[in-house]
Design a binder for this molecule. Structure first.
Ligand SMILES: [Fe+2]
Length: 380
């Protein structure tokens, strides 16, 4: 049932009429407080000081950063990869794979998304063969049997849609072919490489099935990736981030939700891809301060120069739980209204979850506990 929000639009004191633009000189720092991410009612407050200008932050509720590059142990099974963040509706792991998987994997808990951070190689699955490279999203429907055979050391951000599916967002006013055309999805093929791997059956094959987060092993005396064909609309897909053509407005800083790539029931996956900066003199040119009150927010930095964050490199992940206002780092804030470069140069994957996340053993091993202090020096 759609909600009837309690709603009366008001204007008090010094405030712009248009969000994210034309801020009053006396209150140059705009903070958005909103419901349901950026889809519900919102208020825009104009502050004298940046809301991230804290000098001390005590307690467990703090921005976190994890250097996943330091998770060095290569595992041949994805189910042995360290958990990073999770709750009842999502499970994120960071998996390094140096040699071909010797068993097949099958996720009984939910659709599995693989984001290839580094490496290249081949995916073999029930549906055939699909090459992979850095920047690929691969969505594997729940129940798919699969294995990866890297030709270069591979690092994967795994995101499971626990007990449910991945779907596409409604692209609304811009229509279904904007941002990326569904025709850009690549699908596994029953090709020569797939047929060649079917010949690998002079030994037993084990399928490691993950269900309710426990792994069962099913042994076959033959190679179970033995399909000779298939038809249907349920199958894995691959999309590379370089094929994403992000929405932008030269006069308005679009919210992160404009960059939504995949949806699940209780979280969204968005992709930040290179785009021009806003050029309107009054338009904000960095992410706006926002309370983030309903969604825990996770960013995985894949490649490039991360324009809103200082001291963040590729392979790192930040986690901003709900409950406090976040926004750009001091260096980025200096460019709030004027950018020196014409465009962003970054690829990042955002995972925003409607329910609070727990920190897994993988992340807690590689946390930068000083991250909360990285906003110090924000001009006051
Ligand atoms: Fe945010």
């Amino acid at each position: 049932m759609s909600r009837k929000w309690i709603y009366a639009s008001r204007h008090e004191g010094l405030a712009s009429r248009q969000a994210h633009a034309d801020f009053p000189a006396e209150g140059p720092y705009e903070r958005e407080m909103s419901k349901e991410g950026f889809f519900g009612p919102a208020a825009f407050l104009h502050h004298k000081h940046p809301p991230t200008g804290w000098v001390n932050f005590e307690g467990d509720l703090r921005p976190r950063a994890f250097d996943l590059n330091l998770l060095n142990k290569a595992e041949t099974s994805p189910w042995a990869a360290p958990r990073v963040l999770y709750n009842n509706s999502v499970d994120m792991r960071f998996w390094k794979l140096a040699s071909p998987m010797t068993t097949l994997a099958r996720n009984g808990d939910g659709d599995q998304l693989l984001f290839i951070h580094q490496g290249e190689g081949a995916l073999y699955c029930d549906f055939g063969h699909l090459a992979y490279e850095a920047g690929d999203y691969i969505v594997l429907p729940r129940g798919t049997m699969w294995r990866l055979s890297p030709s270069a050391p591979t690092a994967v951000l795994m995101v499971e849609a626990t007990n449910t599916h991945y779907t596409l967002p409604d692209k609304g006013l811009v229509g279904p072919h904007a941002i990326f055309d569904p025709a850009m999805f690549d699908v596994p093929a029953i090709d020569e490489a797939f047929k060649a791997q079917q010949a690998d059956e002079d030994h037993e094959w084990v399928v490691e099935v993950k269900k309710r987060n426990a792994v069962s092993r099913i042994t076959y005396p033959f190679n179970p990736l033995d399909a000779v064909g298939w038809h249907g609309e349920l199958h894995p897909v691959r999309l590379n981030v370089r094929h994403i053509r992000p929405l932008m407005s030269h006069r308005y800083h679009l919210p992160p939700s404009a960059h939504t790539t995949f949806l699940s029931d209780r979280f969204v996956i968005c992709t930040f891809a290179p785009r021009p900066f806003e050029t309107d003199p009054g338009a904000l040119k960095v992410p706006f301060f926002h309370n983030n009150d309903d969604f825990d927010e996770v960013l995985f930095y894949h490649a490039g120069d991360f324009f809103s964050r200082d001291n963040i490199d590729a392979g790192m992940m930040t986690f901003h739980p709900t409950g406090f206002t976040h926004g750009p780092h001091p260096k980025a804030l200096k460019n709030m209204m004027t950018q020196s470069k014409p465009a962003t140069d970054e690829y990042a994957v955002m995972i925003d979850t409607r329910d609070p996340l727990e920190i897994g053993e993988g992340a807690s091993q590689v946390e930068n506990i000083d991250y909360v202090n990285s906003w110090k020096g924000t001009q006051a």
